[in-house]
Design a protein around this ligand. Structure first.
Ligand code: SF4
Length: 205
């Protein structure tokens, strides 16, 4: 084994699943990795930049593989066997990542990211609902409200955020109950529940 060869220690896979790029589109569309194992980080959502280790706000959708029950370990990492359960179909970032020389992955990091529009933009009805949900639950708007000086304690802010959380919850319930959509797909369709993200903007909520 040479010094740059992967030793399968699993450290990379335990830091969280990869972000999907346009080149990975077929992996989802053709079902090599089932859609229920993905989630979306929505535009404006706070996210940790794995290279700078700082919190940044997502510039667009970032589609990722879900973690295991606790922690960030990629859902497909098999700790016992120390192997990737979808190795043959692993996405671009996993193919390019070399922990001893990150220069290659850094060249693609954050570029040509796959978004929900590429996967679901042509699904009439559902896509319109996703766009409507994005508009009404915009993280950019939430950040603007949270950043307003002296406003964080104002009643209006609490009310607005409460409305957004309620709308987000209602949409999720409706698509499962009336649309008969698998609840495991919700985090891909609408991102993670707003109620689970809101504290990242300000501790006030
Ligand atoms: S898809 Fe496979 S190689 Fe990529 S992070 Fe998950 S377990 Fe690791």
């Amino acid at each position: 084994m040479n010094s740059t060869e992967c030793k399968r220690c699993g450290t990379c896979c335990k830091k969280g699943g990869p972000s999907f790029h346009i080149e990975d589109r077929a992996l989802i569309e053709d079902g090599y990795i089932p859609a229920k194992y993905f989630y979306t980080i929505r535009e404006g959502e706070p996210v940790r930049d794995n290279i700078t280790e700082r919190v940044v706000y997502a510039p667009s959708d970032i589609i990722k593989i879900k973690g295991q029950k606790t922690g960030w370990t990629c859902f497909f990492y098999d700790e016992t066997e120390k192997r990737c359960a979808v190795y043959e179909y692993r996405p671009l970032e996993c193919k390019l990542l070399n922990c001893r020389d990150t220069s290659v992955i850094e060249r693609v990091f954050g570029k040509n990211l796959l978004t929900r529009k590429e996967i679901m933009g042509s699904v009439g009805g559902l896509w319109e609902l996703i766009v409507e949900h994005d508009n009404r639950c915009s993280y950019r708007e939430i950040k603007k409200l949270a950043d307003e000086p002296g406003n964080t304690k104002k009643r209006g802010l609490y009310q607005k955020v409460a409305e957004i959380i309620e709308y987000d919850k209602t949409v999720r319930e409706l698509v499962v109950e009336k649309g008969r959509i698998d609840s495991d797909l919700l985090d891909l369709l609408f991102g993670r529940p707003v109620s689970s993200i809101i504290n990242h903007f300000t501790e006030t909520f």
